[in-house]
Design a protein around this ligand. Structure first.
Ligand code: NAD
Length: 332
């Protein structure tokens, strides 16, 4: 009997590549499908990498026909909120149509388990200090809408076709592989920790704080950060949950704790030993003051306990990665 084979879409991207590394460590056989539009071949540390865009139905069906796939982990998507506001059609095309092609290929080939990268953006403006899975879903941008719509599509595919899913609603993915082999490389970069680190490295002139007049202790926005290696571990736990006959279900992936933008800046300065210029600009529309996950369902039901998601480890691992790879994967 062959090994258990998982098809990972978007496995050459940031979170996908860390999950590929963890799945390989746990003994899974992998087929990694990525268009390489925003991913990197050398981020994929093993498994069979196939360059394919999910919008190419024919090639996707071919991959399913040629490999005996037991389950799917689906990361492939466009993931920039501001870009989705400017170009919603692009997001519906990739995140919904691409995802539909994947589900149809699964249905056609009898594959009945999928773990999906959802997002805290399904909730929209938080109505409570801490957000749990029952919080109303009211995405405030097209990106969040695609994630919420795809969760609902997954629900319909379970009811009609018995395809079981786990949707993981990530809060802020952050940090890098503690072994230093892989890390984050987005272009353009929009996430707060990489931006602060790139400024510390002199790759950017100044770090911009968007709003210091929020109703928070230091006036800057507060977010919940989860280490990418913990996300990788949660995906393995989610696959096991589906194997045990469970699903369809939804889990917040966070750390039940928030840090402000000013705290991030202080930690990056401390860990890097570098001073850098910080400027304050106005608030960005749609940025909530606070976004913190109640992630107890994830730890109680999936049984995963975060190991790397304290801010010190997050920033230290990210700093080590960027220090060695200031131009990301491109310089290799
Ligand atoms: P990423 O851009 O680094 O990775 C996405 C990968 O998918 C890239 O390698 C890209 O080339 C590939 N891809 C995109 N469209 C494709 C297509 N049509 N066919 C094949 N491959 C395609 O992004 P990431 O930060 O690793 O995010 C991964 C997933 O997690 C996304 O679905 C994103 O929406 C979700 N997510 C990310 C965060 C975060 O903080 N980074 C938070 C919440 C949710």
């Amino acid at each position: 009997m062959g090994k258990y084979c998982i098809l990972v879409t978007g496995g050459a991207g940031y979170i996908g590549s860390h999950t590929v590394k963890e799945l390989l460590k746990q003994g899974y056989e992998l087929v990694v499908v990525d268009s390489l539009e925003n991913g990197f071949e050398n981020a994929v540390v093993g498994g069979k990498l196939v360059k394919c865009d999910l919008r190419d139905k024919e090639q996707l069906n071919q991959i399913f026909a040629e490999n005996k796939i037991d389950g799917v982990v689906h990361f492939a998507a466009y993931a920039s909120v501001p870009d989705s506001v400017e170009n919603p059609a692009k997001y519906f095309d990739n995140n919904i149509t691409g995802g539909m092609n994947l589900l149809e290929a699964m249905r056609g080939n009898g594959v009945r388990r999928i773990v999906f990268s959802s997002s805290a953006s399904v909730y929209g403006e938080p109505q409570s200090e801490v957000t749990n899975e029952d919080h109303p879903k009211s995405p405030t941008n097209p990106y969040g809408l695609t994630k919420w719509q795809f969760e609902q599509i997954l629900g319909a595919y379970d009811r009609a076709y018995g395809i079981k899913s786990v949707s993981l609603r990530y809060f802020c993915a952050s940090g890098a592989d503690p072994d230093g082999k892989i890390g984050e490389n987005h272009d353009p970069e929009t996430h707060v920790i990489p931006l602060a680190i790139l400024t510390a490295l002199g790759k950017r002139e100044a770090f911009k704080i968007f709003g210091d007049d929020y109703p928070t202790p230091d006036g800057t926005g507060i977010r919940d950060f989860i280490h990418v290696s913990d996300l990788a571990g949660i995906h393995v736990a989610a696959l096991k949950y589906l194997d045990n006959g469970c699903g369809t279900d939804y889990f917040n992936c966070g750390n039940k704790k928030g840090y402000s933008v000013k705290e991030i800046i202080e930690w990056v300065k401390k860990i890097s030993g570098k001073e850098f210029k910080v400027i304050v600009e106005g608030r960005r529309p749609g940025d909530p003051a606070r976004l913190i996950a109640d992630s107890s369902k994830m730890s109680d039901v999936l049984g995963y306990k975060n190991q790397y998601s304290d801010l010190k480890t997050i920033i230290e691992t990210a700093w080590e990665w960027y220090k060695k790879h200031p131009n990301g994967y491109k310089e290799k």
